[in-house]
Design a protein around this ligand. Structure first.
Ligand code: HEC
Ligand code: HEC
Length: 283
């Protein structure tokens, strides 16, 4: 792994300490409910040119945190999935429809989580699952949009993710999505804030470092939505991005903004080959 002195200096400055220690991701393997095997480590895709191996964030968590994700009865994120199962069937809006009126069962969404963000031909832009859900609510149901990072939305994304667990992340970065991907890549390497840190400084140059008790991962998003023990709720990708940008003491982009959509496509593509895990559990 390439570790730049400057990045370590900045990360150290952030956490107000001088000695950072390093620990490899652990060797544990993840099977959910004794049934769904999860790929948490694999060869990096060619377009993630500075990485040789990619790891799920699960591999950087403590045994106690990891255990929550091994069985749905212990996974607090599954409560969100259950709530969304009710919403799936609930008629809302002027058209008198529920998600199930048009989409059948949640299982019919299997595979989607692995491919999003994705180019939407009709909208002529890369869209996220959240954008698709709100497009259906607003334009097909005649219902109110859900808040982008709100509970209802994040629960629904957790439900849609849960039926793709174990499938390999496989977002397309070529064709019409290429420009957005390039924009996301540029953002990933941009130094933000007073600390002048890019995503790459922490999650590419310094993963494996311990920041206080936190074991720095590659910042992969295959596990989203993520139930965090810290804020005891499901967190969406853009909420996490916002937190990480804020930690560099920078003004952040808005959830749902074109910048975060582009960044999401790029970060997702760095995880092509890892399994969809959401809802995952992290600290
Ligand atoms: C009136 C019918 C209708 C309703 C109700 C509806 N949708 Fe859709 N939805 C569609 C159509 C049509 C598309 C376009 C792609 C397709 O044909 O599946 C779509 C697309 C989607 C997609 C992207 C699918 C893909 O293949 O990329 C998602 C995700 C989605 N809807 C979720 C929902 C959710 C969640 C709800 C309930 C909150 C909902 N939809 C309600 C008709 C509907
Ligand atoms: C100062 C270092 C730092 C910077 C800069 C930073 N992060 Fe993070 N990030 C962390 C820490 C610490 C965590 C929590 C431990 C972990 O999962 O790596 C984290 C967690 C994450 C996670 C959750 C991973 C998981 O498995 O749940 C994602 C995703 C993420 N960061 C993305 C980003 C993106 C995108 C950027 C750039 C906009 C960024 N981070 C910038 C320190 C940083």
């Amino acid at each position: 792994m390439k570790i730049t002195k400057m990045a370590i200096g900045s990360v150290a400055a952030l956490v107000g300490m001088t000695g950072l220690s390093f620990a490899d991701p652990d060797e544990d393997s993840l099977t959910i409910n004794g049934d769904i095997s999860i790929v948490t480590e694999t060869a990096a895709p060619a377009h993630a040119e500075n990485l040789s191996t990619i790891y799920s964030g699960w591999r950087f968590r403590s045994d106690e945190t990891q255990a929550f994700q091994m069985d749905d009865f212990d996974n607090p994120g599954m409560i969100g999935v259950e709530n969304a199962t009710v919403d799936w069937e609930t008629v809302d809006g002027s058209a008198g429809k529920s998600c199930s009126s048009c989409h059948g069962t949640p299982e019919d969404m299997a595979g989607l989580r692995a491919e999003y963000p994705k180019w939407n031909e009709e909208k002529s832009q890369v869209t996220t699952l959240e954008m698709e859900v709100n497009n259906c609510r607003e334009n097909r149901m005649g219902a109110e949009k859900w808040k982008y990072t709100g509970g209802k939305m994040t629960d629904m994304i957790a439900l849609i993710s849960s039926v793709s667990r174990g499938m390999p992340v496989n977002v397309a970065i070529d064709g019409p999505a290429k420009e957005t991907w390039e924009q996301g890549k540029q953002l990933y390497y941009t130094r933000f804030g007073q600390l002048e840190l890019s995503c790459a400084n922490c999650h590419e140059d310094s993963y494996g470092m311990m920041i206080r008790a936190d074991h720095l991962s590659q910042g992969q998003i295959n596990g989203f939505p993520t139930y965090r023990l810290k804020n005891t709720k499901l967190n969406s990708v853009h909420a996490r991005f916002k937190g990480c940008v804020r930690d560099t003491r920078a003004e952040t982009f808005k959830p749902g903004s074109p910048e975060f959509v582009a960044l999401q496509l790029y970060v997702a593509s760095r995880g092509n080959g890892l399994s969809v895990e959401g809802p995952s559990v992290r600290n």
